[in-house]
Design a protein around this ligand. Structure first.
Ligand code: SF4
Length: 417
């Protein structure tokens, strides 16, 4: 049976250098399909969808709210031709009711151990409108390894440098941050995968550079330290979300190949200053993620925050505008207070003001967003700062003999040299 899996495109952050990482959700999902399913994958962010083919069944995987309208369009086009379409992924869960209007079936939840029954229903003509496994989690032992063979690797390069591969060692998050939907999707239980399953998967990835996309590694210190100990022999280099702020953990992380972290910078406190310094002291870079437009943000506050980022020598910064995604506390508050000014999901790219800020006009916040990008990268442009981070990892790879010249690999594959 021919199954076509599509990952719809979305507009990337305005002002940020555009690059495309290989997606994670579709490869994790692909690993859960029955063996007799013949899968073809299209990531519309890197190649066009061919609508002239004739798959038996189409799947649309959506991670972001900004993908849903395009996902619906693609589904409508296939369904007009009589081809059935199933949706899944985080954004399908956040927009389940709307998505059902464009779907033959919507799968909600985690797919491990469940796709056999769904495909049986499809084959026997009894596909259900909804498969609802939200908060009904499969055992983490049943996860992975992800099926990365469905990816066209050559499409995930930037200036000849192969992009990182995405992998995860855990699911869930015990925190419940204001703008985040993870607690809706996964409750508040941290669910680590068994070490041996994670190590087996990481070792099998033909890429020395990874992005551990776990919500946060800083959830259980003992587990985190155990994970890093297991990872040391792999000699992979990786970026991740935050690591526990503890010198012993940071030391192990560095030994395990921590390259840089995405760290939320939410104020100008000494705590944040020291947090960044401790990462740097362990040779770990910091990409600050800075959310603009919180209720206590005035223009002065935002300007001070930008100055602070330059002072503390962040390696890279990513500015976004607070966006009230459905099923978050931010959405509930703003919706109740009548402060949401756009419900057009294509605007929910985190670089558009879609709500009325407390202390600023929407227009002023939008201007400050551009001001933040321009100011932070005025003296050293994004490409230059990224190159400095890349140089650091290359030096470490050369030191432990794991450096591979991917540009030449790519040319060899392309020109047969
Ligand atoms: S923002 Fe990160 S740490 Fe906070 S609840 Fe969401 S996933 Fe967890």
């Amino acid at each position: 049976m021919k199954f076509k899996l599509i990952y719809p495109k979305w507009r990337k952050l305005d002002s940020q250098t555009e690059f495309h990482l290989p997606p994670h959700g579709p490869v994790v999902f692909a690993a859960t399909l029955p063996d007799d399913v013949d899968i073809a994958f299209t990531d519309e962010n890197v190649e066009a969808v061919n609508f002239d083919d004739a798959p038996d069944f189409v799947g649309i995987s959506m991670m972001l709210t900004s993908q849903v309208k395009r996902g619906w369009e693609i589904a409508d086009a296939y369904r007009e031709r009589g081809i059935k379409v199933i949706f899944g992924g985080i954004a399908a869960m956040l927009h389940a009711e709307e998505t059902m209007e464009h779907a033959d079936a919507v799968f909600l939840g985690e797919a491990e151990g469940r796709m056999g029954a769904v495909f049986d229903d499809f084959i026997n003509g009894r596909l259900k409108e909804s498969y609802d496994f939200l908060l009904d989690f499969p055992p983490t032992e049943s996860i992975g390894p992800a099926r990365r063979a469905i990816l066209n690797r050559d499409l995930y390069c930037y200036k000849g440098v192969q992009m990182v591969d995405l992998a995860h060692a855990s699911r869930g998050c015990r925190f419940n941050c204001y703008p985040c939907c993870v607690s809706y999707l996964g409750g508040r239980t941290f669910r680590p995968r068994p070490y041996d399953r994670v190590v087996e998967e990481l070792a099998g990835i033909d890429n020395n550079r990874l992005f551990l996309v776990d919500n946060s590694l800083a959830q259980d210190k003992e587990w985190e330290m155990g994970l890093f100990r297991e990872m040391i022999p792999l000699k992979k280099k990786w970026c991740s979300h935050p690591i526990e702020d503890d010198p012993a953990v940071l030391d192990l992380a560095a030994q395990a190949g921590a390259w840089y972290v995405y760290q939320a910078i939410f104020d100008t406190s000494d705590y944040i200053r020291e947090r960044i310094r401790r990462y740097h002291d362990h040779g770990i870079g910091v990409e600050g993620t800075i959310l603009l437009g919180l209720d206590h943000h005035t223009e002065d506050y935002i300007r001070r925050l930008i100055d602070f980022l330059l002072e503390v020598k962040l390696d890279v910064a990513e500015f976004t505008i607070l966006t009230p995604f459905p099923h978050t506390r931010a959405f509930d508050d703003f919706h109740r207070e009548g402060r949401i000014i756009s419900y057009d999901w294509n605007d929910y790219t985190c670089d558009r003001v879609v709500f009325q800020p407390r202390h600023l006009s929407p227009e002023r916040l939008q201007e400050l967003y551009y001001h933040a990008w321009e100011t932070f990268y005025r003296d050293e442009p994004q490409n230059y700062k990224m190159f400095k981070l890349l140089k650091k990892v290359i030096e470490r790879e050369k030191a432990d003999n794991t450096f591979k010249h991917r540009r030449r690999d790519l040319m060899n594959r392309t020109f047969g040299k």
